[in-house]
Design a protein around this ligand. Structure first.
Ligand SMILES: [Zn+2]
Length: 499
């Protein structure tokens, strides 16, 4: 995938040269005020991918983040094959007003942007994950000393997003309802569990970092079958996982593997018929509920996914704490936890708090409007197809404690700052002071052309709402390479006003 002709393919030596040049350029920036350097006591974090430091230089980028965003913590994307946390602006979206104004599609690959030290990976077949995007650059080694010099904390963000052509992934991949291998790893596979432990141990032992932020946005089989999220496509035949390790885990828990598979086959038929508008004689919801009653294994299989996911969270925490108890572990809590009441029921904040030092709770307001509409469209095309969508949203709002714009207006208006306030308070109440809550603030997360785009006022209001609700800080999301500087500066002003 990489090419020496691509601008971001740089050797470490070239990178350092670039950085020195960029540092010199940074001297022309306005001098930072004392206020911007002040420690707030609250964690003001930002998610940044390697490419931003490569494109804009380490010191120059840190200057901007501190001065404009009042940032005191970097969540450096260290492992992912996804474009949500890594890479430049995603293709098809306008570039922000900084960084290289050219798509990285031709060289973006993903993987481990630090150096995998092979001795840690003896127990897993997933050994070759080095990201080739930036040559032999080790982004943690490159950013950490500069961050330390400025008293900025640095966490490594690692995300459970894979690509099928990574060595070992096919063998450790999930198996879908029809027996097809997917491009995503199974969380019950011993090599996969060993990989996550190895990766976070490697990062915590090899670098003097402050901790790990672990991202896993994957959902269980029931939610996926229904597309009961902001998924763009529903394909109920692709639900997982029906591999041998799942079969064994099911047996150990007294769950009938074949009955689970049969249940999902029936559900698959229901979803496809519903989307085609073939109404069951008793109506969509009654038929859906009947399938659940007749195949309780459907719910058990969904719970089995959660169990595997939470087992990995616990193992990640143990591995990090085994290196040094003072290292911090945080988990990213995905957006669907906010707007799907059934999903909410499968997560107890208090349980998550027992495994984490902090939770990054997604409270993205601008893209949230569009995503919530998508969720309503999805569930409104299957189990709730008999309910007009505007009314379905109104009903759902009561369940979720939302006071937002109507179905027709919401994608273009986005969620309000009040949404951020309420979701922050719900998380704080849920964790019962057992861990810190850092809401994820939406700064320029890409949306469709007609949907809400971040403005300085939105960003200011959302950031202030999170802090006024009592959050222990915020994490500016998803990544610096998609944020406009005026919006970043608005978040910084809110931080200075709100603390
Ligand atoms: Zn499996």
């Amino acid at each position: 995938m990489e090419s020496e002709h691509q601008p971001a393919h740089v050797t470490r030596r070239e990178f350092l040269t670039t950085t020195v040049a960029a540092t010199a350029a940074a001297a022309v920036l306005p001098p930072s005020s004392d206020a911007s350097r002040a420690t707030t006591g609250k964690m003001i974090g930002i998610q940044v991918g390697a490419v931003s430091f490569v494109d804009e230089g380490v010191d120059r980028t840190l200057d901007i983040l501190q001065e404009r965003g009042a940032v005191n913590t970097i969540f450096l994307t260290t492992f992912t094959y996804g474009r949500g946390l890594a890479g430049r602006q995603i293709p098809g979206q306008p570039f922000p007003d900084h960084g290289v104004q050219d798509s990285d599609e031709k060289f973006f690959h993903g993987g481990n942007y630090a150096t995998p030290h092979q001795e840690f990976y003896a127990r897993t077949s997933l050994k070759q994950t080095r990201a080739p995007d930036h040559g032999d650059l080790d982004i943690v080694a490159a950013v950490l000393p500069a961050a330390r010099k400025r008293n900025i904390k640095l966490f490594c963000s690692v995300e459970d997003v894979w690509r099928a052509d990574v060595p070992g992934v096919r063998e450790a991949a999930e198996v879908d309802l029809l027996g097809r291998r997917t491009g995503t790893t199974c969380l019950f596979h011993p090599d996969v569990r060993a990989f996550w432990t190895a990766l976070v141990t490697d990062l915590c032992k090899s670098y003097d970092i402050d901790g790990i932020l672990f991202f896993n946005e994957r959902n269980g089989s029931l939610l996926n079958a229904l597309g009961a999220s902001h998924a763009q496509h529903i394909d109920s035949s692709r639900v997982t996982c029906f591999c041998d390790f799942h079969r064994q885990a099911a047996r150990e828990r007294g769950i009938d593997f074949e009955r689970a598979r049969q249940g999902y086959l029936v559900l698959d038929r229901f979803v496809r018929d519903s989307m085609a508008g073939t109404r069951p004689s008793d109506g969509y919801f009654v038929e859906f509920w009947r399938i659940l009653v007749e195949h309780p294994e459907i719910l058990l299989w969904d719970r089995l996914f959660d169990e595997a996911k939470h087992q990995v969270l616990a193992e990640v925490r143990s591995a990090v704490k085994a290196v040094r108890p003072g290292l911090q572990v945080g988990f990213h809590i995905e957006h669907v936890n906010s707007f799907n009441p059934v999903f909410r029921a499968t997560r107890r904040y208090e349980d998550l708090a027992a495994k984490a030092d902090f939770l990054k709770v997604v409270a993205y307001n601008n893209c949230g409007g569009e995503r919530y509409v998508q969720y309503i469209d999805n569930v409104g095309s299957t189990l709730f197809r008999d309910v007009p969508k505007a009314e379905l949203m109104r009903f759902n709002n009561y369940l979720l404690n939302y006071a937002e714009k109507s179905y027709d207006e919401l994608a273009s208006s986005g969620f309000s700052a009040d949404y951020v306030y309420r979701e922050t308070q719900r998380a704080l109440a849920g964790v019962q002071a057992k861990c810190r809550i850092l809401p994820g603030i939406d700064i320029g997360i890409p949306t469709h052309a007609s949907s809400r785009k971040a403005s300085p006022q939105d960003t200011y209001d959302a950031t202030l709402a999170a802090l006024r609700a009592g959050a222990h800080g915020v994490i500016l999301s998803r990544k610096y390479s998609e944020m406009r500087l005026e919006n970043l500066a608005a978040a910084g002003r809110a931080v200075r006003a709100g603390i």
